[in-house]
Design a protein around this ligand. Structure first.
Ligand code: ATP
Ligand code: MG
Ligand code: ZN
Length: 329
């Protein structure tokens, strides 16, 4: 799992805020009970002091600390017992004043050893979603709102099937890809004419993979290339931004082929595609180019990697943008 430092910092901030809020509400609850039963406040104070005396005795050198610790332990147990009885007397459960962590896996630290705990991962996913939403229409674009009704059932003679049958397959592949991203991700090339749902479907994938706690970078090829170019000329002040292009669990490059092709872009695309293949990171490319156009526009090396390592999904049918507009009139 690879995390973007900037998003992770925001996630940890929210995580910490929530933890503090829970702690404060626990203090208020405690205070309310102590007001009702002041003896409980004393017990709490005494328990704290026996605890620190136990620790001090255990650390004391030269004498055998065991007898002293045993006495303190008995005192401690008696106090615990008294506390339980008082709580029961108030009609509360014995553990009402025990502070339990929200996440038993990590004790609310957010980490299990060096690994990020699932509780903090949820915060990360939420922050990332906010970021992706700024770029994508994530409010509406999801596998649930994707409709097959825009695709005609008339068989296309050259494709040997109808756009709708084709989309049923593509939808299945994309939904599966997103659902099983944690097991096997792989790469996809979505190509076809404008307005056929390539951006829509890749947004659905971005949403679901990101909800699963994976890091996702989504941007147009043009933006990604200009960031890489800025970095090359030392204009990019945030190196982490360009590292994400190589290191995110999933990179979605939208509108590949709409940028002006330069030698810089050809080598940048090669570097992105190749590095991500070598490090086993998943990539999705969306383009209006057809596969035979890729080697001439970019390079045979790029085309060969796509052909060999990407699942190729051809989109065909009627432009949904146009259909929607016609329907409005
Ligand atoms: N299956 C669908 N159900 C509902 N709306 C859709 C569907 N597919 C696409 N749309 C809508 O149609 C429009 C065009 O879709 P989209 O942007 O995904 O096309 P595209 O294939 O990425 O086109 P381009 O190649 O021009 O980028 C968008 O407004 C999108 O929300
Ligand atoms: Mg698009
Ligand atoms: Zn946790």
């Amino acid at each position: 799992m690879s995390y973007d430092g900037r998003i992770m910092r925001r996630a940890q901030q929210r995580f910490e805020e929530d933890r503090k809020a829970r702690e404060e509400s626990f203090r208020r609850k405690e205070e309310a009970i102590w007001t009702k039963e002041p003896r409980l406040r004393e017990i709490d104070r005494e328990l704290r002091s026996t605890m620190s005396r136990i620790i001090a005795s255990a650390l004391h050198r030269g004498t055998d600390p065991r007898p002293a610790v045993a006495v303190l332990r008995d005192q401690n147990l008696n106090l615990q017992q008294e506390k339980k009885e008082l709580l029961r007397g108030l009609g509360l459960s014995e553990d009402y004043l025990d502070e339990k962590p929200n996440c038993p896996l990590c004790g609310d630290t957010g980490f299990r050893g060096a690994a990020v705990c699932r509780c903090l991962r949820e915060y990360y996913a939420r922050e990332q979603k906010k970021e992706l939403s700024a770029l994508l229409n994530l409010g509406v674009q999801s596998f649930d709102t994707f409709s097959l009704d825009w695709y005609s059932s008339r068989t296309s003679p050259e494709m040997g099937m109808s756009p709708r049958e084709n989309m049923e397959i593509i939808y299945e592949v994309c939904a599966n890809y997103a659902h099983t991203f944690f097991l096997k991700s792989g790469n996809l090339l979505l190509y076809g004419a404008p307005g056929l749902g390539k951006t829509f479907l890749s947004a659905c994938i971005a949403r679901e993979v990101s909800d699963g706690g994976f890091s996702v970078v989504y941007d147009t090829a043009g933006h990604i290339f200009s960031r890489l170019e800025a970095k090359k000329f030392g204009r990019e002040d945030d190196a982490a931004e360009t590292n994400r292009i190589f290191e995110s669990d999933l990179l979605i490059l939208d509108d590949l082929g709409t940028e002006m092709t330069t030698t810089f872009i050809v080598s940048a695309l090669y570097e992105v595609v190749n590095t991500r293949l070598l490090t086993g990171k998943a990539t999705i490319l969306n383009t209006n180019l057809t596969p035979p156009e890729i080697p001439t526009r970019y390079s045979p090396q790029i085309a060969s990697r796509i052909e060999g390592e990407y699942r190729i999904l051809p989109f065909f049918g009627d432009d949904i943008r146009r259909l929607k507009k016609e329907r409005e009139q």
